[in-house]
Ligand binder design. Structure first.
Ligand code: COA
Length: 606
């Protein structure tokens, strides 16, 4: 305790540097201290002054809870922020406020689609609804989870607001559905490379979580100037149609409303869907529009006659339902969904306690830098029901915290970085992930991985690093093969290879979100002191080269840069984490209510 009191008098920069090591020390001391004073908690002067270390406490357990192994008997985390960490908390808070403000500005800009003029033109000239209003009409009156709203921001080919296509998960008739809705105010809803990536990700989510897919199509097809980045490769535009067939064969229903002009690639999406609604004088569907017909045959033909709702409902059979207006079309779509034989998720939410500590304080716990990371249990105490946590291997590999808790009533396993992923920590992670998989318990990864450590300086260090590598490889294998829903939230850093073991994007978590303070890169530019050189060269590159590299890494490692490129499913505010993760857990659970038929073929249209 004396050591800690002494450290609290150090200047802020020195404490920041020492924090990662401090966390481990405080954890070990905390557990010893707790062991000593269990049962006489109130008598302790440190506890009275609110300076207790953030370790689990054991509240009295009722007889009933003891019998049932009820979550209410899990130990309660002490989430009070020790005075020692106060200045780090303040610095983190300042940084969080700045990045949250930036995040709101970017979200606000993305929500305006192609801009005021384009929206006015869309709504007045073509008498169509703006894409966000369509979703408001279609979805149940509940908040929905929008995915990657910042995708398409500041791309090499310009800004593409929300990648020209809104995707997300919302309830229709009480059933969770993935929606993909083109925004025709962004270059006529044409599909950019980032738009393809966004829709493919939405389809992947539908497949991984067995969610039905709803397409609101209003798209001029490929954005032609970028056709080479859109058309030829495996994961380009054609993959969307391929997936539609596979999803149908997997018994994932797909329904579409044609909400405007759908041309070429835009036309295949509804024609590959299982059931389609078209709208009188608003929808049209063709491979080449009237201008192309004119150029090819010299014939003047209207969009309505060439491929309007009447033609496709009465002649071609490309559409199954005719609607007089957009409102009627969405009503029709809701009726279609009610025939899918999906059981709505039970209405009454699970009973749960709120955390004991304010979620707003997560802003001060979101590290602006790895060195400013505070003990991760402070974060857990603000996320879990009743701040209760049944820790697993509390005294071993303490730089990784593992254990069970509940989030809005859902049981989940937690794997949270609390320092470097050491040999012991990785072995523990591997063990715990397998336990969760064995017990079919979803896993929440809270990722804050350490920036890459420098190379070994001597043989013992090299040996330590290789044994750590082996343990991390075993954790990676456990994570990759765990057959349970996995949700990753990057709360700080996502650096280098440790991020794989913590279920980074390439390890296919069901959902991956970032806090706005998060940094994503192979190396942290702030910890880079030389420019790495190829081969045997000892030359470390000059100052200018180093500065340039740092600037590039700095720009490329921000949460917004990542989200723009769809390396994640979106930036979420720390204080919303509990709500978002609970929503994801509910979404992954829907398949338990699904009625499955043994039919194994896609529905093929006439
Ligand atoms: N590639 C690139 N840009 C396209 C495009 C395409 N396929 N289709 C439309 N655009 C652009 C337009 O040039 C216009 O750009 P601007 O705002 O900078 O002037 C913008 O998208 C809006 O198009 P506009 O025609 O003014 O809007 P609209 O609502 O009246 O019509 C379409 C939208 C999509 C129906 C119409 O533009 C169209 O028929 N486009 C051709 C689609 C096509 O041939 N696709 C084949 C792809 S293989």
């Amino acid at each position: 305790m004396a050591t800690l009191a002494c450290l609290s008098r150090l200047p802020p920069e020195a404490t920041s540097r020492l924090l990662p090591r401090l966390q481990t020390i405080s954890h070990v001391l905390g557990r010893k201290y707790q062991g000593l004073c269990r049962g006489r908690e109130a008598a302790d002067p440190l506890q009275k002054r609110g300076r207790a270390l953030p370790v689990a406490a054991w509240p009295p357990v009722s007889k009933k809870a003891k019998h049932q192994g009820h979550p209410q008997s899990y130990p309660v985390l002490d989430g009070r922020i020790p005075a020692l960490y106060q200045h780090v908390f303040e610095e983190n808070l300042k940084n969080s406020e700045a990045v949250v403000k930036r995040c709101s500005e970017l979200l606000e800009a993305a929500s305006r689609g192609g801009g005021e003029r384009a929206v006015l033109r869309h709504c007045h000239r073509t008498k169509k609804l703006f894409v966000r209003d369509r979703l408001r009409l279609l979805l149940d009156h509940e908040p929905f989870l929008e995915l990657s709203p910042l995708a398409g921001l500041n791309m090499p080919y310009g800004d593409v607001p929300a990648a020209g296509c809104l995707t997300g998960i919302g309830k229709i008739c009480g059933v969770w559905c993935v929606f993909m809705a083109n925004d025709a105010t962004v270059k006529g809803g044409t599909i950019y490379p980032i738009g393809v990536k966004k829709q493919l990700r939405a389809q992947e989510i539908a497949m991984q979580n067995r969610l039905l897919a709803v397409y609101l199509v209003d798209s001029g097809g490929a954005f032609l100037p970028l056709q080479s980045e859109l058309f030829p490769d495996k994961m380009h535009g054609g993959r969307l149609f391929y997936n539609e067939a596979l999803m149908s064969a997997m018994r994932i229903p797909q329904v579409a409303v044609v909400c405007g002009s759908c041309i070429a690639g835009g036309a295949y999406v509804p024609t590959m869907a299982e059931e389609v609604v078209m709208i009188d004088k608003i929808s049209s569907l063709f491979l080449g529009g009237p201008p192309l017909v004119k150029a090819a045959t010299g014939e003047d033909v209207s969009a309505e006659d060439l491929g309007g709702a009447k033609l496709h409902c009465q002649v071609s059979g490309c559409s199954d339902h005719f609607a007089g207006s957009e409102e009627e079309a969405f009503e029709c779509l809701r009726n279609v969904i009610s025939t899918l034989n999906y059981e709505a998720v039970p209405e009454q939410g699970l009973q749960h306690e709120a955390p004991l500590y304010s979620a707003e304080e997560l802003l001060g716990l979101a590290p602006q830098d790895y060195c400013c990371s505070l003990p991760v249990k402070l974060i857990l105490s603000r996320l879990l029901d009743g701040s209760r946590f049944q820790e697993f291997k509390a005294g071993y590999g303490t730089t990784l915290v593992t254990g069970f808790g509940h989030l809005e009533g859902h049981l989940l396993g937690v794997v949270a970085n609390n320092g470097e992923l050491s040999h012991q920590a990785a072995l523990k992670g591997s063990h715990f992930v397998q336990l969760c998989s064995q017990r079919s318990i979803p896993i929440l990864f809270l990722q804050n991985t350490a920036p890459q450590a420098p190379g070994p300086r001597d043989i013992p260090q090299a040996e330590a690093q290789s044994s750590r590598l082996k343990a991390q490889a075993s954790m990676m294998a456990a994570v990759a093969c765990a057959a349970v829903p996995k949700i990753t939230v990057v709360i700080g850093g996502c650096f280098g290879s440790e991020s794989y073991a913590m279920c980074g994007r390439s390890f296919s978590p069901n959902f991956l979100f970032l806090w706005p303070n998060a940094r994503i890169a192979l190396v942290d530019p702030r910890h880079l002191s030389t420019v790495p050189q190829a081969g045997d060269s000892d030359c470390a590159g000059d100052e200018a080269e180093l500065r340039q590299l740092k600037e590039k890494l700095e720009e490329e490692s921000s949460a917004f840069y990542s989200s723009a490129r769809l390396w994640d499913d979106g930036v979420i505010l720390p204080q919303d984490t509990r709500k978002v993760v609970a929503q994801c857990l509910e979404i992954t659970e829907q398949q338990k209510h699904q009625v499955l038929s043994p039919f194994q073929h896609p529905v093929i249209r006439m």
